[in-house]
Design a protein around this ligand. Structure first.
Ligand code: ADP
Ligand code: ADP
Length: 225
C-alpha cells in the first residue's frame, strides 16, 4: 500500500462534480503539486485530504489506514491557505503555539517550540508582535510555522504564495523547499502557476474539470523534443 493513497474520490456540489473519480498515490517525503486552471477541483481535493470535506465516493488511505472516520485534527495534516488566516487577537507566538496548546503540550514547551519554529522561518524575536503588524510575506511565514510546529506528516498548501509579489514568492519557495528538506514532511501544493509547480515538486499532477489528467515529473511533462 502506498504512503498516501487517494482512491476513486468523487465530490459533487449541488449536482455538479468538482472532483471526479480521482486516483493518486503519494510517496513519503515527496513534493507533489496539483496544477490546473481555476475551478478544476484542486482545492476541493486538498480539503478532502484534510478532512474538511467528505467525499461522496472513494476513500483516502494514509499509511494503509482509511481516513474515512478520522477527523481533520487527527489526520496528521496541516493546511495553509492563500491568506494564512492568523488569529488576530493572539500574538505571533501564540498563533504558532496554538496547535501545541490544543494538543495539551505544556506552556514552557509551547513557548520553546514556537520560538524555535519562528527562528526557522527567519522571524526570530517576532513572538510578541501582533499579526496586524506583519507584512503579507511575514504573515505567510507565520502560517507555515504554525503548521509545521505540530510536526505533521503532510503539509497541504493551497495557493500559499499567490497573494505575494514575485520576489517574495521566490524567497518563500526557497524557504518552503528548505523546510521540507529539513523535516522530510510530505508536501502537497495546489497552484495554477506552472512555473511554481515545476520549481516546487518532484511530480506534477495535472487537473482539468475535476479529473486528474496526468501525473509525472516536471522533466517528463515539460521537456521539449
Ligand atoms: P529531494 O529532491 O528533496 O532530495 P528526495 O530525492 O530525497 O528529495 O525524495 C524524497 C522522496 O520523494 C523519495 O523518497 C520518493 O519517495 C519521493 N520522490 C522523489 N521523486 C519522486 C518522483 N519523481 N516520483 C515519485 N516520488 C518521488
Ligand atoms: P480550484 O481549487 O481548482 O480553483 P475548487 O476545488 O475550488 O477549484 O472548485 C471546483 C468546483 O467546485 C468549482 O466549480 C467551484 O465553483 C465548486 N465548488 C467548490 N467549493 C464549493 C462549495 N463549497 N459549494 C459549491 N460549489 C463549490
Amino acid at each position: 500500500m502506498p504512503y498516501l493513497s487517494l482512491q476513486n474520490l468523487t465530490k459533487t456540489f449541488h449536482g455538479t462534480p468538482a472532483v471526479r473519480e480521482l486516483w493518486l498515490d503519494v510517496n513519503p517525503g515527496e513534493r507533489i503539486s496539483l496544477l490546473g486552471p481555476s475551478g478544476c477541483g484542486k482545492s476541493t481535493t486538498l480539503q478532502l485530504m484534510a478532512g474538511i470535506l467528505q467525499p461522496d465516493q472513494g476513500d483516502i488511505f494514509l499509511e494503509a489506514r482509511s481516513l474515512r472516520r478520522v477527523p481533520p485534527e487527527k489526520r496528521g495534516m496541516a493546511l495553509v491557505l492563500q491568506k494564512g488566516m492568523l488569529f488576530p487577537h493572539l500574538s505571533v507566538g501564540e498563533n504558532v503555539a496554538f496547535g501545541l496548546k490544543m494538543r495539551g503540550v505544556s506552556r514552557v514547551e509551547q513557548a520553546e517550540r514556537a520560538i524555535a519554529m519562528l527562528d526557522q522561518v527567519q522571524l526570530s524575536g517576532f513572538e510578541n508582535r501582533s499579526p496586524s503588524e506583519l507584512s503579507g510575506g511575514q504573515a505567510q511565514r507565520v502560517a507555515v510555522a504554525r503548521s509545521l510546529v505540530i510536526q505533521p506528516k503532510l503539509l497541504l498548501l493551497d495557493e500559499p504564495l499567490s497573494a505575494l509579489d514575485a520576489s517574495l514568492r521566490s524567497d518563500m519557495q526557497e524557504l518552503i523547499l528548505r523546510l521540507q528538506d529539513e523535516t522530510g514532511v510530505t508536501l502537497i501544493i495546489v497552484t495554477h502557476d506552472q512555473s511554481e509547480a515545476i520549481v516546487m515538486s518532484h511530480r506534477v499532477a495535472l487537473m482539468f474539470d475535476g479529473c486528474l489528467r496526468q501525473v509525472d515529473t516536471p522533466e517528463a511533462l515539460y521537456q521539449h523534443p
